[in-house]
Design a protein around this ligand. Structure first.
Ligand SMILES: Nc1ncnc2c1ncn2[C@@H]1O[C@H](COP(=O)(O)OP(=O)(O)O)[C@@H](O)[C@H]1O
Ligand SMILES: [Mg+2]
Length: 346
């Protein structure tokens, strides 16, 4: 394969570089433009030509990919020992000057966060201004509560805010409907053809395929230069739930789901993408009072999600979204309606 691509010209500090890529309008740190150093996978201790090629084949085309990999992943794909894997990762991290960031740097990164707005002001307010990029938002609720509709709306509305924005829709249940995109685009006053063109849809046939598609999104950004702003996984858990049945397989399922969530988190964080995942609910027999439902995937999904929304049907066809978990927002509710032309206020 393209082993020559292993040789990558990288600036010593990747943080500035990724910020530049994410928002070209931001002023650059002058210090990052000086002393451009070439760091390649070959320079890493323990990486010979054969290992470099294996890593490359496994998709580790740049230093950042290695730096944020787990040692287990490198053992699996690079055929190196656990100890070497750790050494490689640490070397990649120090080559990229990763580690602690100051509060200032962190705040700067927060400034790059985009808040994607729907037509419903109530939902936008609930989300602290909109659905954040650089984070995972999990939306769970019973069948027909509107999880998929919100996914469609996000794919359209991100383009209202940024005409170049591209949305990726990973459809696991076969519920993606271009007709709904057309309606939402018309409702938002957007060019319908352009809106459709800027939504890339893939049907995931099983959980492995679903995970592979997430890797592909990374390629689409790197190779095709697409400005992907939203990635929708609808639904996150249906394949996992169908494929791992029975108590004996639960641990295995959770492990795989954990890996998937981390891949999504990495995608969101490294590329400033809003990842929106939908999740089913299952009856919780242990809960006699209140709402007898809880999200599939348990703590694994709940922990990896930055924001969690619980959707339910309200009176007279309305819907209620409840923000369950958010790092800096109060738990509250918003009522909305699913209309032909958008997700709107009552
Ligand atoms: N064109 C439309 N106009 C108004 N409401 C719609 C339209 N299409 C779908 N809906 C509403 O959305 C619901 C389906 O929501 P959906 O997002 O698919 O649920 P889920 O949570 O299962 O993904 C339908 O029951 C209907 O109430
Ligand atoms: Mg759905």
């Amino acid at each position: 394969m393209k082993s020559q691509e292993v040789v990558l010209k990288m600036k010593p500090n990747i943080k500035e570089q990724s910020v530049e890529e994410q928002s070209s309008s931001k002023t650059k740190d002058v210090s990052s433009n000086t002393g451009v150093k070439e760091v390649t996978l070959h320079d890493l201790p323990g990486v010979g030509a054969a290992t470099a090629e294996k890593l490359e084949m496994a998709g580790y085309s740049d230093m950042m990919g290695v730096a944020v990999a787990t040692s287990g992943e490198l053992v699996e794909s690079g055929g190196v020992t656990e100890a070497t894997a750790r050494k490689i990762i640490n070397a990649a991290r120090s080559a990229l000057d990763m580690g602690f960031e100051s509060g200032q740097d962190f705040l700067k990164k927060r400034e790059d966060v985009i808040k994607l707005k729907l037509k419903s002001e109530a939902i936008n307010e609930l989300m602290g201004g909109g659905f954040e990029t650089g984070a995972i938002t999990e939306c769970f609720g019973e069948y027909g509560s509107g999880k998929t509709q919100i996914g469609h709306a996000l794919a359209v509305m991100c383009q209202k805010q940024d005409p170049d924005a591209v949305a990726v829709y990973i459809d696991t249940e076969g519920t993606f409907r271009p007709e709904r995109i057309v309606q939402f685009a018309q409702g938002a006053g957007l060019d319908v053809e352009k809106t459709l063109k800027q939504i890339r849809v893939a049907k995931a046939y099983n959980s492995d395929h679903q995970m592979l598609l997430v890797e592909k999104v990374g390629d689409m950004i790197k190779k095709d230069g697409l400005k992907i702003q939203v990635v929708i996984v609808d639904s996150l858990t249906s394949h996992f739930r169908a494929e791992f049945i029975g108590r004996g397989t639960l641990a295995e399922r959770q492990q795989k789901l954990n890996k998937h969530m981390h891949a999504l988190l990495k995608l969101a964080d490294m590329n400033n993408i809003c990842v929106y995942v939908t999740n089913q609910v299952q009856a919780d027999p242990a809960q006699f009072f209140g709402d007898p439902t809880k999200a599939v995937g348990g703590h694994i999904v709940a922990h990896a999600s930055t924001f969690r929304i619980y959707l339910r049907k309200g009176k007279k066809g309305t819907r209620v979204a409840k923000l369950i978990d958010a790092p800096n927002l109060a738990e509250s509710e918003a009522a909305f309606v699913i209309a032909e032309d958008g997700i709107k206020d009552l």
